[in-house]
Ligand binder design. Sequence first.
Ligand code: DGY
Length: 323
Amino acid sequence: MTKPKVLVSRRWPASVEAKLQQLYDVTLNLDDHPFSADEFKYALQHYDAVCPTVCDSLPAEVLNVPNKRCKILGNFGVGYNHIDIAAAKQQGLIVTNTPGVLTESTADIAMTLLLMSARRGAEGDRLVRSGQWTGWCPTQLMSSDVTGATLGLIGFGRIAQAMARKAHHGFDMKILYFKPTPADQAVVEDLQAIRCDSLEELLPQCDYVSLHCPGGSDTRHLINAERLSLMKPSAHLINTARGDVVDSQALIEALQERRIAGAGLDVYENEPNIDPGFLTLDNVSLLPHLGSATIATRTAMGEKVLANLQAYFAGEELPDRVA
Ligand code: DGY
């Protein structure tokens, strides 16, 4: 029996690539270059399954290519705002994602950025590396406390709840959240979390605000100049969700004018082309979309894609179908 043809758009941890190769006729992107629209169109026409990831762009113009062989997009990532889901559905393409397995690692990076921003960690690192550090000094790089401060979460899904657990149980932080739909009561009680009815209610109360909503047209520029102006001048904004949730230009201006104290960013509009305005600011900590980048998490993400492909090719129900 001929094996299904599977294309993987970027390199995955070796152990999952090897498992995939045992089961399918797999083409790997050996030099790990980002695929062009034409490469994806070719893949959709010549493979049974295509496995893109969060840095790939699959708009309708690509998905609507004629003479498709592909039936399933096994996305390596939980976010799927880079895929035009309406077009995929219209084209009869199944889409799966990898929920659950990157919750803790992404929440860890959100906490890392919160701590870096609060305690001016990146500035301290730059000072030491520059050779300009002249020794301990009572007023050097003084910063903000984390323990006991108030954290506001925008979105209250798995990753936000994991961050809230670390912040509340580890750092004694008070938790506020904004989520349009009701949250799990047991979680709310465990965290003594307080629901806010609007961003306008949440933002002025927080020392730290962390974003945990999906990207895409519904949340584009949710954090804009007006909402940034509601934050305390001493507050920090953390974004590990998607870059387009924040209006970069408005954030750069707020940071430049010290209308907020700092920001910690793992995601950007137009990745990897970061707005150069961020690069000259001292009060922003910048990471290169590292949320899920632990060996165990990336391996588990690959295993999830594999489980979905196996279910699909066995004619079984898909564990993580989003379209
Ligand atoms: C995802 O899976 O959506 C993350 O952004 C990757 O870290």
